[in-house]
Write a new protein. Structure first.
Length: 590
C-alpha cells in the first residue's frame, strides 16, 4: 500500500459535473485530482442539450468557442402519427428560438453529446497539469476534523493497486448508480422510478433530414377499448376529461408505440429513443433486432438505417438527496439528483452545482473564507433542484403521455422559456445582500420561485451581460468590450455605477483592503461622464446596456458585485453595504 501527501480536493467521477468543478478549481490555482471508475471515457449521446445558463458558465470557463465549434443548434421537432408517418402532423420548436439580446448573448440551447463536451473539458484541464485517472475507484472514505481519508483502487490489467489519499475536501460526481460518496456521506436518495422504459442509442441514418428531430407515435384501436374498460371499472363516464387526465394507465396506452430520431453533431448519425413493448434483452444484444425494431417503428421504406454505434436501456428516476454536503464531503450532478430527460435540465443542473461549489472551495482553500461558507452550497442549490424535479416530471408526463388522443406532442413544451435556466436564482441565500429590495423577514427570504424570477434584477439573480463598454480614455472608435468577457470563476467583479467621480472614490478606497487577485473592479459611467483615477478599468456605457441591464438610472450610484459563478452577490448603495457583503464571503479576513 502506498500513500500520497495531502491534496486540496479529490473529485470522484469525470462526467461534466466533475470536470466543471475541476476546471473551476484549476483556474483558481487549486490542486485537484479527478478519478473515474470506468476504464474508458464515456460514449453515447446522453446530456446533449446545453441550456443558455450553462453556455454562460462554459463562456466564463473559456471553453465555449470549442463547444460551438463541435456542436449544432437545437433543431425543431416534427411530429408524425402512424400508420404512414411520412407527412408531419406539425413542426414546432421544442424551446422557442429567440434573437440574442445585449443581456443574453447565448439565448438559445445548443446540442453537443456529453462525451464530446467532456473531451473538450479534459483538453483544457490538461493545460493545468490535471489528467483524469481512469480505472480508479473510490472504495471507502473517512472524515476527520481537518481532512478526509479516501481509500482508492487503481486497476492495472488484472492487478489492483490500492492507495490511501488524504484530501481536505472530497466531492462525489460519480453519478446515481455508483453513489459511493452519497452513501458514505449518509445522504438519503428518495424519490420514485417512472415505469416507462426506453431504448436509446446512436445509429447511422440515410434519407432523413438533419434539419429537424422526428417524433413518431402510433395510436392503437385497442387503446380505446382499454380506456372504455378502465372507465367502466372506475365507474367514470368517458366524457369526464379529468379522469383521462389522472389515469396513468390510459396515458401509458395512448401514443403507445413511439420513437424519436434526433440529429447529432456527427454527420449522418442520429440519436434514437424507442418506446413501446420490445424484447429489450434481445435488442441490446443483437444489432439486427434493434434495426428491425426501428424500421417497424417508423414504417417508412424510404429511411435507411446503418451502423449502430451505441445503445443502452434507460429508465427515468426522480430522486434527490436530503443534503448536498456533510462536513468535508459534497455531491454534485447525478450523484445528488436524477430526473427525467424532459427539458434538458440534468447535465445543466450538474454543471451549475459544480460552478456554485467550486469558487467557494477555492476561497476556503486560499484562506480567505471560513469553511462555513460551504454550507451555502446546499442552501442555494436544494430549492432550485427541488423545483427542477417537479418541472421535468410534469413535462415528461405531458409530452410522452398526452392525456387525450388528439393532444399534440408539443403540449408539454409550450411556455417553457424558463427551461433556458436564465431565471434561476438564490435570492433567499444568507450571503447575498440587496439594499434596493431588502427582505426584512424570514418569510420574505423564502424561495418563492427559484426557477423563473420576476424580471426585476435582485441580488441572487443571474448577472446579465452588457456589451458596448468602451475605455473611458479611449478614442471614439476604440474597440468595445462586454461584461461577459470580464466575469471569471477566479474573481468577484465589482461594478461601480455612477455619474459622479466623488461618489466612486470611497468604494475604491475600501476595496484596497481585499486581496486584489480575487477582485476585479470596473467603474462604469454613463456616456460622456467624467472618469476618475484609481480603478482597474474605467468604462463608458456607450450604448446604455449596462445601466439598463442592472436597473440603474444615470443619476444614481449603485454598487453591484458579481460572484465568480455569474450570480449577483450584492446590490448596494454605498461602502457599508459593500463591506457587509464581503464580510459574508471573505469571512476569514473580514
Amino acid at each position: 500500500m502506498t500513500s500520497t501527501p495531502p491534496l486540496p480536493v479529490l473529485i470522484v467521477g469525470a462526467g461534466t459535473s466533475g470536470l466543471t468543478l475541476a476546471l473551476t478549481l484549476a483556474q483558481n490555482a487549486i490542486k485537484v485530482r479527478v478519478i473515474e471508475m470506468d476504464e474508458n471515457h464515456h460514449v453515447g449521446q446522453r446530456g446533449a442539450g446545453i441550456q443558455p445558463r450553462t453556455l454562460e458558465a462554459y463562456n466564463f470557463l473559456g471553453i465555449l468557442p470549442d463547444i460551438y465549434a463541435r456542436g449544432i443548434p437545437l433543431m425543431p421537432m416534427r411530429a408524425y402519427r402512424l400508420p404512414g408517418g411520412v407527412e408531419p402532423l406539425e413542426t414546432f420548436d421544442i424551446v422557442p428560438i429567440e434573437e440574442p439580446t445585449p443581456s443574453a448573448p447565448f439565448i438559445n440551447p445548443f446540442l453537443l453529446g456529453q462525451p464530446a463536451a467532456e473531451e473538450i473539458m479534459r483538453t483544457h484541464l490538461d493545460k493545468y497539469g490535471c489528467h483524469v485517472e481512469l480505472g480508479t475507484e473510490l472504495r471507502t472514505l473517512e472524515q476527520h476534523d481537518d481532512h478526509v481519508t479516501a481509500r482508492i483502487v487503481k486497476r492495472a490489467g488484472q492487478k489492483e493497486v490500492e492507495e490511501t489519499v488524504e484530501c481536505r475536501w472530497l466531492v462525489g460526481a460519480d453519478g446515481a448508480k455508483s453513489g459511493i460518496v452519497r452513501k458514505q456521506m449518509g445522504a438519503t436518495f428518495l424519490g420514485e422510478t417512472i415505469p416507462q422504459k426506453t431504448l436509446v442509442g446512436l445509429i447511422e441514418v440515410k434519407n432523413l433530414t438533419a434539419e429537424a428531430s422526428h417524433y413518431i407515435a402510433h395510436v392503437y384501436i385497442r387503446t380505446l377499448i382499454v380506456v372504455i374498460v378502465l372507465a367502466f371499472l372506475a365507474r367514470c363516464p368517458l366524457h369526464d376529461v379529468s379522469y383521462l387526465n389522472c389515469c396513468d394507465a390510459s396515458k401509458a396506452l395512448l401514443w403507445l408505440y413511439r420513437m424519436m430520431l434526433r440529429p447529432t453533431e456527427l454527420e449522418g448519425t442520429f440519436a434514437f429513443s424507442l418506446g413501446g413493448s420490445h424484447d429489450r434483452s434481445q435488442i441490446l444484444s443483437d444489432d439486427d433486432a434493434l434495426a428491425k425494431a426501428l424500421r417497424e417503428a417508423t414504417q417508412r421504406s424510404d429511411i435507411e438505417f446503418g451502423k449502430i454505434t451505441w445503445k443502452s436501456h434507460y429508465v427515468a428516476n426522480v430522486r434527490m438527496v436530503n443534503k448536498f454536503g456533510e462536513g468535508r464531503v459534497f455531491v454534485v450532478g447525478d450523484a445528488a439528483h436524477v430526473h427525467s430527460p424532459a427539458g434538458g435540465q440534468g447535465l445543466n443542473s450538474g454543471v451549475q452545482d459544480s460552478f456554485n461549489l467550486g469558487w467557494k472551495i477555492a476561497l476556503v482553500e486560499k484562506g480567505l473564507a471560513a469553511p462555513s461558507l460551504l454550507a451555502t452550497y446546499s442552501e442555494e442549490r436544494i430549492p432550485v433542484i427541488r423545483h427542477m424535479l417537479g418541472e421535468t416530471t410534469r413535462i415528461y408526463n405531458r409530452t410522452l403521455n398526452p392525456a387525450r388522443e388528439n393532444d399534440s406532442p408539443n403540449m408539454g413544451w409550450k411556455s417553457r422559456v424558463h427551461l433556458k435556466q436564465l431565471g434561476i436564482n438564490c435570492r433567499w441565500s444568507s450571503i447575498v445582500v440587496d439594499e434596493r429590495h431588502s427582505s426584512t423577514s424570514e418569510e420574505e427570504r423564502e424561495p418563492l420561485d427559484a426557477y423563473s424570477g420576476d424580471g426585476i434584477l435582485r441580488a441572487g439573480d443571474r448577472a446579465p451581460d452588457a456589451p458596448g463598454l468602451v475605455g473611458a480614455s479611449a478614442s471614439t472608435n476604440a474597440e468595445t468590450t462586454s461584461l461577459f468577457r470580464v466575469f471569471k470563476p477566479s474573481h468577484h467583479t465589482v461594478l461601480l455605477f455612477s455619474a459622479e467621480p466623488t461618489k466612486v472614490a470611497p468604494a475604491l478606497d475600501a476595496l484596497k483592503g481585499y486581496p486584489e487577485e480575487v477582485i476585479c473592479t470596473m467603474v462604469i459611467y454613463p456616456k460622456d461622464a467624467t472618469a476618475v483615477d484609481g480603478a482597474e478599468q474605467n468604462f463608458m456605457d456607450r450604448d446604455g446596456h449596462a445601466f439598463a441591464g442592472y436597473g440603474v438610472s444615470a443619476d444614481e450610484t449603485i454598487i453591484v458585485v458579481v460572484r465568480p459563478d455569474g450570480v449577483v452577490g450584492c446590490v448596494v448603495r454605498g461602502v457599508e453595504g459593500l463591506k457587509t457583503y464581503f464580510r459574508g464571503v471573505f469571512s476569514a479576513i473580514a
